[in-house]
Design a protein around this ligand. Structure first.
Ligand code: HEC
Ligand code: HEC
Ligand code: HEC
Ligand code: HEC
Ligand code: HEC
Ligand code: HEC
Ligand code: HEC
Ligand code: HEC
Ligand code: HEC
Length: 316
């Protein structure tokens, strides 16, 4: 952590140095060519901008945030003159956030399938962390805390226009998650239950949320047992020892992983009669679709209409 702070210090110092170098010839030019631009400092900003778009006091938002004590121009480096100059190449996100947080910027290159730079709908640093009100993720009021991150993701993943545009299979992951055993526990304040971050962060980082088709993704078929096994160690072990796990290890996509039987966002306890793995629904909704499939029977040579026997053997 100390190492990280030190890096950040150097990084921000680096940014200022570069800015100085880049800015000085600009200032000279301005003075020579254009007397109308007057340079201004951060203490003047609030004279004209006291409130944000969402009607909160910018100074108060900043004072309560991790960037408490920063000058407006630490982020709004392009607003150094009155009137403001328009610099089409400058954005707060690419030039300020990424300029200081180089580690996060290097890590955050892909969300879903595509490179984030190629996709205007992909989340930016600000969509997940906020702007003036950024808090560290272990603060309960932070947009990235496990209990609040579902709301942050829902800004886009409960948006029907977006889910249609990208053809996502799951239209309401958050609505469903909220009713699940993990959702109820997380909202109730549990730090142990799974939130979006726990199942979707490849390599433990929410800056690497990848599509299921990517072989490195935590939600790729072959990686799901390990993803759930972070917390359900004994079930993961049993799974790999059973026939389904042996087949998955061998590279079979026909064989089920945890989510085929339990679901993903809507997981509820097996004792709940609505659960797909409750004894009442097991045969009809979980084992039968595969075990009575003609194609699989042919491939693996198992006889159909034997679900009941399978269940007996599985639950024994
Ligand atoms: C004298 C009034 C005045 C001062 C002082 C001033 N601004 Fe502005 N600012 C404006 C006006 C007017 C606009 C809208 C037109 C434009 O972009 O030039 C604006 C636009 C902006 C925007 C873009 C807003 C948006 O909705 O996209 C930002 C960000 C901004 N200013 C930040 C600053 C910062 C940071 C400072 C201090 C260094 C500052 N301003 C000082 C008047 C001011
Ligand atoms: C930690 C970086 C940071 C600091 C410090 C900062 N801002 Fe911002 N500001 C942002 C970001 C990020 C946005 C949103 C940009 C976007 O959505 O593209 C923003 C947006 C704005 C806007 C546009 C209107 C709005 O509310 O979205 C204004 C005006 C503004 N800031 C003024 C200020 C003033 C005045 C200060 C100093 C009191 C300040 N900012 C300090 C990062 C910062
Ligand atoms: C001038 C450099 C600078 C800029 C610009 C900047 N930050 Fe920071 N940021 C820092 C520093 C320094 C810290 C404090 C680090 C610490 O205490 O560990 C920090 C803290 C954070 C944290 C919490 C880190 C933690 O370890 O808890 C997040 C998240 C964050 N910044 C995101 C952003 C985003 C998003 C933007 C753009 C809107 C941004 N920052 C702009 C320097 C900057
Ligand atoms: C899809 C949402 C998302 C995006 C986009 C995103 N972050 Fe994060 N970020 C998170 C979450 C959630 C965490 C908490 C740790 C984790 O789960 O990886 C985090 C952690 C961090 C941290 C470490 C401090 C902490 O609070 O734990 C920093 C610094 C940071 N992000 C900066 C950035 C910057 C800069 C960008 C843009 C280049 C960015 N993030 C983009 C979600 C996001
Ligand atoms: C600003 C909007 C936005 C936010 C916020 C956002 N996402 Fe996304 N997400 C997208 C878009 C757009 C895509 C499709 C990108 C692509 O594939 O190129 C996507 C793709 C995904 C995918 C991959 C889907 C697939 O089939 O490839 C997952 C998983 C995902 N997001 C989870 C999350 C989680 C978890 C969060 C919260 C931490 C989150 N997203 C926050 C817009 C967002
Ligand atoms: C218990 C683990 C788990 C949790 C918690 C979880 N997810 Fe997922 N999620 C998955 C799995 C597994 C898939 C892949 C489903 C598939 O490929 O059939 C997935 C798929 C997705 C997709 C892609 C859907 C598509 O059609 O491509 C999105 C978006 C998504 N999750 C968002 C979220 C959000 C937002 C949260 C938090 C509210 C969340 N997930 C919580 C396991 C989880
Ligand atoms: C970050 C840790 C974590 C991850 C990852 C996780 N779970 Fe859980 N899971 C929990 C916790 C904690 C509970 C108990 C919640 C409660 O009721 O308080 C739970 C409960 C359950 C239950 C109900 C158990 C019962 O007896 O009521 C099932 C089933 C389950 N998880 C399956 C899964 C599957 C399948 C995955 C992967 C797709 C997964 N979990 C991922 C932590 C996790
Ligand atoms: C072929 C279907 C199937 C697969 C695959 C599967 N489970 Fe289960 N799981 C069940 C059934 C049926 C039950 C309820 C009966 C029992 O406890 O054996 C159950 C029970 C559970 C429980 C509750 C245990 C308890 O004591 O209450 C958890 C947690 C769980 N599974 C997690 C997982 C995880 C994690 C994986 C992947 C590594 C997984 N399951 C794979 C069918 C499956
Ligand atoms: C996603 C499809 C799928 C699901 C769901 C599924 N299985 Fe399987 N299962 C397979 C495949 C494929 C095999 C491999 C058959 C072989 O190698 O003989 C298999 C093998 C088995 C075997 C050992 C092979 C045999 O013929 O004796 C048992 C027992 C079994 N499954 C029980 C179950 C039970 C019980 C459930 C429900 C809880 C279930 N399966 C759900 C696909 C599935």
């Amino acid at each position: 952590m100390i190492e990280k702070r030190r890096n950040m210090f150097f990084n921000s110092a680096g940014v200022f140095l570069i800015l100085l170098l880049v800015a000085s010839p600009g200032i000279l030019l301005t003075q020579q060519e254009n007397e109308e631009y007057e340079s201004i400092t951060s203490n003047l900003c609030v004279d004209c901008h006291d409130k944000s778009k969402t009607d909160t006091m910018i100074v108060e938002d900043l004072a309560g945030s991790i960037h408490d004590g920063f000058d407006c121009q630490d982020c709004h480096q392009d607003k150094g003159t009155m009137p403001h100059k328009t610099d089409p190449n400058f954005t707060v996100i690419s030039d300020s956030c990424k300029g200081c947080h180089t580690d996060a910027a290097e890590e955050y290159t892909t969300h879903g399938q595509e490179s984030v730079d190629d996709d205007p709908e992909a989340p930016t640093c600000v969509s997940c962390h906020g702007g003036h009100n950024i808090l560290p993720s272990d603060d309960e009021a932070s947009m990235t805390h496990p209990s609040t991150v579902p709301r942050t993701c829902s800004n886009c993943h409960e948006n029907i226009n977006l889910t249609t545009k990208y053809d996502f299979l799951i239209n309401h992951p958050i609505e469903i998650f909220d009713t699940s055993v993990h959702g109820i526990a997380t909202m109730g304040g549990s730090k142990e239950a799974a939130s979006c971050r726990d199942c979707h962060s490849t390599g433990g980082s929410s800056h690497k949320i990848l599509s299921p088709g990517n072989s490195n993704s935590t939600i790729n078929h072959f990686n799901i047992p390990k993803t759930c096994g972070q917390c359900h160690e004994s079930e993961e072990k049993e799974f790999w020892e059973g026939i389904h796990g042996i087949l998955v290890k061998r590279g079979e996509t026909d064989s089920p992983v945890c989510t085929h039987c339990h679901g993903e966002h809507g997981i509820i306890p097996p004792g709940d009669p609505r659960s797909r793995v409750s004894s009442i629904r097991l045969a009809e909704s979980t084992c039968t679709p595969c075990h009575e499939s003609a194609a699989l029977s042919e491939k693996y040579g198992f006889r159909t209409r034997r679900s009941e026997t399978y269940i007996d053997s599985y639950q024994a």
